[in-house]
Design a protein. Sequence first.
Length: 229
Amino acid sequence: LSGWTTMLLEQLEATEDDVLAPQKCADACISQLLAEDGLWPFDRVLEAVLPSCFWFINYPMSQQAAEHVCNACKFALEDARLRSFLQQCSMTWIREQRQVLCQKSWLQEVATDASLLQMHTQFSDCLRAYVRQQVQRPVAMLLFRVESYCALGTLMQLANEDELRDIWFELCNDLVSLDDVPLPRSAECYPYHRQLQQLKLPFSAYFADQLDEHKSVYFEEGLQGCHDS
């Protein structure tokens, strides 16, 4: 109303990006900020948060698991199609969450988040941390779900097999859902029940699980058939 421009104290001694961050965020949604020409492009944010996304999965304590995580992290950053898939899934999840959350803007959420404010000395850092968290959550949830089927290791073996790669992404789109995955809350909060199998066919562990679920029905019908004969 007064015509004055809102200014934070930190903006008196800050870089140009820090000065512009609150101003650019004021009228932008998170999707716009994560766009290729946005303040924090998705690829750049993904590079910063991806290693921590694996941190939420309770892998077995072994050299093999450590090497797998290192290779998987590197692969995810270098594979353009996987990065694009992660971005697509993350942006869909973020948009859905924005519809579920209360009506106040995300900027107000940051300004009233005591934990964020305590961890950072500048408001622009709080904004950046919040946006990173919004990307980290769906990526961690998706990686957990994919790793539960040993599917990421499969994709890493299919670098030169376009047809199987196409099948992998089609199956991932059809089979992997984040609806029943809880938010990542702490280190190793997601259980890992596999043995780091190197499976060649996409999502073969998923189909093996489906067969196991119907194994009892198969044996019951087999026994019934024996009795009838």
